[in-house]
Design a protein around this ligand. Structure first.
Ligand code: MN
Length: 237
C-alpha cells in the first residue's frame, strides 16, 4: 500500500515537472540559438534592474528558444523556414506543433527585437523616425501616451508594438501572449513586453510606472536602423 501510494505521487510529480518550461535544461539541438544580450544586464539600470534583465534573457527567452527547437525537432520541413516566414504562415505548420511554434517562435522573435532596441539612453527620436511618428502617430508625446495606455489596458500578458510598412508607415498595435504582428506578415519597428516577468521584481503591480520608465532605455539609433531596414525590405524580426 505504502509503495503504491508513493509511486503514484512520484508519477504525478514527474508529469507536473514535465509541463514546466525548462529554462535550465540543456538546449535540444535545433535551428535556433539564444544570442547573448548585446550589452551588460546592468545597462538599463536604474529603470530596468540587472536581475530582471538576467532572468528575462537567461531563463525566459532561453525557454522560448529551447521549446521552439524541441517542437521543430519533430518536423524537418518547418525547421527549414525562416522564423518570420513560419510565423506568417502558421496555418502551414503541422497542427501538432502549431501552438508550440506560435508561443515559442513568437516569444523568440519578440525578445530578439526587444533586447535590440534597449540599452540606449532614451530621449527623443530624430530624422526619419521622428518624421514618421509626427505624420502617423500624432507626434512623440501623443505616441508615448497612446503606447503606454495600450500597455496598461492589455489584459494579462502581452506586448505593445509599433508596426512599420515597406513604405515606412507606422501603426500602434497590442497583442496578447507572445503573438506578434509578424503573424499577419507585418514588420515590427519596436515594442514593449508587458508580461509581469518584464517588470515585477522592481515594479510589482505598478505596470504604468514600468511603461513610463522604459522610454529612458530606448536606443533610438538602433530603432532608426530598424526603420531603414524595414523600408529596404531587409528587416526580419
Ligand atoms: Mn518577456
Amino acid at each position: 500500500m505504502i509503495s503504491r501510494r508513493h509511486l503514484l505521487t512520484g508519477a504525478t510529480l514527474l508529469a507536473a515537472s514535465a509541463a514546466i518550461p525548462r529554462a535550465w535544461a540543456q538546449a535540444p539541438s535545433g535551428p535556433y540559438k539564444l544570442d547573448p544580450l548585446p550589452y551588460a544586464p546592468s545597462k538599463n539600470e536604474p529603470h530596468i534592474d540587472a536581475q530582471t534583465m538576467e532572468i528575462h534573457h537567461d531563463k525566459h527567452h532561453a525557454a522560448y528558444v529551447n521549446n521552439l527547437n524541441a517542437a521543430l525537432a519533430q518536423n524537418a520541413e518547418a525547421a527549414k523556414m525562416p522564423l518570420q516566414d513560419m510565423l506568417a504562415n502558421l496555418s502551414k505548420v503541422p497542427e501538432s506543433i502549431r501552438t508550440a511554434v506560435r508561443n515559442n517562435g513568437g516569444g523568440h522573435a519578440n525578445h530578439t527585437m526587444f533586447w535590440q532596441i534597449m540599452g540606449g539612453s532614451g530621449g527623443e527620436p530624430s530624422g526619419e523616425v521622428k518624421a514618421a511618428i509626427d505624420r502617423d502617430l500624432g507626434g512623440f508625446q501623443k505616441f508615448q501616451t497612446d503606447f503606454n495606455t495600450a500597455g496598461e489596458r492589455q489584459f494579462g500578458s502581452g506586448w505593445v508594438f509599433v508596426t512599420v510598412t515597406r513604405d515606412g508607415k507606422l501603426a500602434l498595435v497590442a497583442k496578447p501572449n507572445q503573438d506578434t504582428p509578424l503573424m499577419e506578415g507585418q514588420r515590427v519597428l519596436m515594442g514593449n513586453d508587458v508580461w509581469e516577468h518584464a517588470y515585477y521584481l522592481k515594479y510589482q503591480n505598478r505596470r504604468p510606472d514600468y511603461l513610463k520608465a522604459w522610454w529612458n532605455v530606448l536606443d533610438w539609433n538602433r530603432i532608426g536602423q530598424r526603420y531603414a531596414a524595414a523600408k529596404a525590405g531587409t528587416l526580419t524580426v
